[in-house]
Each structure stands twice: as structure tokens, then as C-alpha cells.
Design a protein around this ligand. Sequence first.
Ligand SMILES: Nc1ncnc2c1ncn2[C@@H]1O[C@H](COP(=O)(O)OP(=O)(O)OP(=O)(O)O)[C@@H](O)[C@H]1O
Ligand SMILES: [Mg+2]
Length: 297
Amino acid sequence: MSSTPVLFCADPLNPRAVDGHFAPEARQVRASGGTVALIDHDALLAGDAERAVARVPRGLGAAWYRGWMIPTDGYAALDLALAARDARLLVPPEHYRAAHQLPGWYGTFAAVTPASGWLPTAPGVVPEAAELARVARALPAGPGIVKDYVKSRKHEWDEACFVPELTDVAGLRRVVARLVELQEEFLAGGVVVRAFERFVGEEARVWWLDGEPRLLTPHPDSDAHAMVTPDLDQLRGPVRDLGVRFVTTDVARRDDGVWRVVEVGDAQVSDLHRATAPEEFAALLTDAPPSTSGNEA
Ligand SMILES: Nc1ncnc2c1ncn2[C@@H]1O[C@H](COP(=O)(O)OP(=O)(O)OP(=O)(O)O)[C@@H](O)[C@H]1O
Ligand SMILES: [Mg+2]
């Protein structure tokens, strides 16, 4: 049985080559006999899905995607454009959305992740104070963090991420306004407000394939020498319930010793820590069966 092909992002300066950030992984896919095809990520994000798939061989069939994050509507457009070439994404758009955006995975993981609420909002639009107050009231009083449905501004922690007191609505709105401003047109989906929990030690990234934890790496920002080994027992149920084939969970230990999920992601677009061997990652993609029972044939 030949392995599932992988669609990588092309190098913007050399459309026949894989983007340098993902090239080591693509090399390993090829080395193990896998098929690599290329998409134009810039064209996709510019709204031209047809041009984005122009180099995808016709009849490729179901493929993994591996590359930079794609907004959920762009991912759906990619799948549609692939269909016209007799190809498709192995992870369907609705599964991508479920793993990629917090509102998609939160319900399934509510018991193991900080309490959260959200408000859909367009880029550049700061939600009204009354709406933010409604979201904050459903969370425990005390500190919080804000982000969009996908990403935070953690590098602008004090001005655009951390909220010292969620009951201070003016303070909350000030941080949200800065988040919205800094995210510019890239604000994904809307604004998420989360209760702040005290984590100790580094964050680990767990890579799940078909409901099994297959690879444990440091979070990309973490110190590989301080790698932690999380307890995964509480996560198996939620990961299986989410039902997305290839996901990451970023986990950290809370100061009371309980392991918590900081966030879930679609593993196709999760970054790999620089200390992780690309062949370990590539093996996940190339060894995976093209479909699982219960999935599409
Ligand atoms: N509820 C929370 N309580 C305490 N700390 C948090 C909370 N949420 C996020 N953080 C801290 O902020 C960091 C960034 O948050 P998060 O991972 O949700 O955003 P991100 O922008 O998607 O980050 P990345 O994609 O780089 O992992 C986390 O790594 C964690 O250290
Ligand atoms: Mg994170």
C-alpha cells in the first residue's frame, strides 16, 4: 500500500521547492517513499485557491497538508480547488476548524483546559464593553488572558494578552482593543477570554494520530533540556471525542500538580521544536493509513 501524499507549502521564491521551514520534513517523506506535492500558500491567502493548487498533480487523491497555518475559509477553498483536480484533503475542512479554532475544541476539552468564553468579531472591530462583561461574568473572577480564536499576542503580554482582573471591564476591554489592533486583518474568528491558571515548568506538545499519542516534543518556545513528561490519561477521551485524525495538545503542569491543556491544534499546521528529528515527524504522516474505519472510505 503506498502512503498518503503530503501537500507542502512551496518556497515563495522558488515555486518548485518546498518552503525551507518544512524542507527537512519533506525530505524525510520522500526518503521513505512518500509523495510530496506543492501548494502556493501566498496565492491561497490572497484568495486564489485555483492558482494555489496549479502544481498539484491531477488524481492525487486524499492528501495530508503540512505547512503554515491557513484561515478556516482558505482551508475550505483549498479543499474545493483540489476536488477540481481529483484530489482532496485527508482532514476535511470541518475537522480542521474543530482542531484549529478554540471554539471548535473547547467543549470537548472543557474539563482539562482553563475556563473560556468567546465573541465572534471581524478584524479591526473591538467588541462592546457590555458583550465583554457578559463573557467575563461566566468565568471565575481574577486574572485572565485574551487571544483570538487561534493565536495570542503573548509577546505583548502586558498590553495585549494578560488581564489582571476580569471583573474590571474597562481594563479587559483595553487589552482586547490592543489585541484587535495588533492582529490587524489577521484576527482569526473573534476574541477569546480565558481564566488565568498558574503553570510551572515548560510546556510539552503531544502529537496525536488516530487517537494515540505518537510523539512528545517540547513546545517550540520551550527549552528542550527542561522537557517534561505529562500524564496523558485524562486526554485520551477528549482527543478521541474530538475525532480529528492528527492533532496536537500543548500541556503544562498547574501549580497544584494537575496537567492542563493550554491549547489544541490541527497538527498539520503545528510547528515542530527545532530539536525534534524531522524523520520522527515524517514517519507519522507516511505510516498513517489513508483512512480509518468509521472515516470515509
Ligand atoms: N489560561 C491561561 N493561563 C495561564 N497562562 C496562559 C493561559 N493561556 C495561555 N497562557 C500562556 O500564554 C502562552 C500563549 O498562549 P497560547 O498558547 O494560547 O497562544 P498562542 O499564541 O497560540 O501560542 P503558540 O501558538 O505559540 O503556542 C501559553 O504558552 C501560556 O504560557
Ligand atoms: Mg500555544
